[in-house]
Design a protein around this ligand. Structure first.
Ligand code: GDP
Length: 190
């Protein structure tokens, strides 16, 4: 499974018709600074998603067209404030209105967790909301190059206590390890 074209379509600040135009959507969700932009760039082998060192700097939903057939929907990073889950903060509101709008049907949601940090309270709350709404999602563990083997296994056990049998995809955007299986999963014909 390869990405042969990736194009920025638009930044969206609210509900938008683009989400009901029939093109399948893969949404990327995670705490700010979790490595979401790097993951999108790594998967697309491009620099379409800005990598930023300023957490919370992206406040729009960015939509990319991949292989002329799938949207990658880059949601703003949550967790910039101490509100639990997606809460009532502006960014949380934007994400919630997109993810839980019954008219916007994501083919897949990619929830990104930092492999070194593990699941924060907010990550857990978001995971539970996705499960409650029966969303089709996978969990990507980012930045595995930053964590040694024994810490990684410890974190993995802790994460699995929360996520149970949910599919986990460890990866590093830096070394590109683990990106192939993610692409395979999110671009697979459903
Ligand atoms: P975002 O806020 O979730 O979009 O996160 P970014 O993609 O901007 O990444 C946040 C920081 O983590 C940046 O300094 C990245 O260079 C770094 N980063 C992202 N992915 C990786 C990774 O796989 N390995 C390492 N070592 N650093 C990463």
């Amino acid at each position: 499974m390869k990405i042969t074209s990736a194009k920025f379509i638009k930044g969206v600040v609210g509900e938008d018709q683009i989400f009901s135009d029939g093109i399948p959507q893969v949404a990327f969700l995670g705490r700010s600074n979790v490595g979401k932009s790097s993951l999108i760039n790594g998967l697309t082998n491009s620099k379409i998603s800005r990598e930023s060192n300023f957490p919370g700097s992206t406040q729009e939903i960015n939509v990319f067209l991949i292989n002329k057939s799938t949207y990658f929907v880059d949601l703003p990073g949550y967790g910039f404030t101490r509100v639990s889950g997606l809460g009532k903060q502006k960014i949380g509101d934007l994400i919630t209105k997109y993810i839980f709008n019954p008219n916007f049907n994501q083919k897949k949601i990619v929830l990104i967790i930092d492999a070194k940090v593990g699941m924060t309270e907010q990550d857990i709350a978001v995971f539970e909301e996705l499960e409650k709404h029966k969303k089709d999602f996978i969990i990507v563990l980012s930045k595995i190059d930053k964590v040694n083997q024994s810490n990684f296994h410890h974190n993995l056990i802790e994460i699995k206590k929360i996520t149970g049998e949910y599919p986990l995809f460890p990866c590093s955007s830096k070394t590109k390890k683990g990106l192939g299986p993610i692409l395979q999963c999110i671009l697979a014909k459903s």
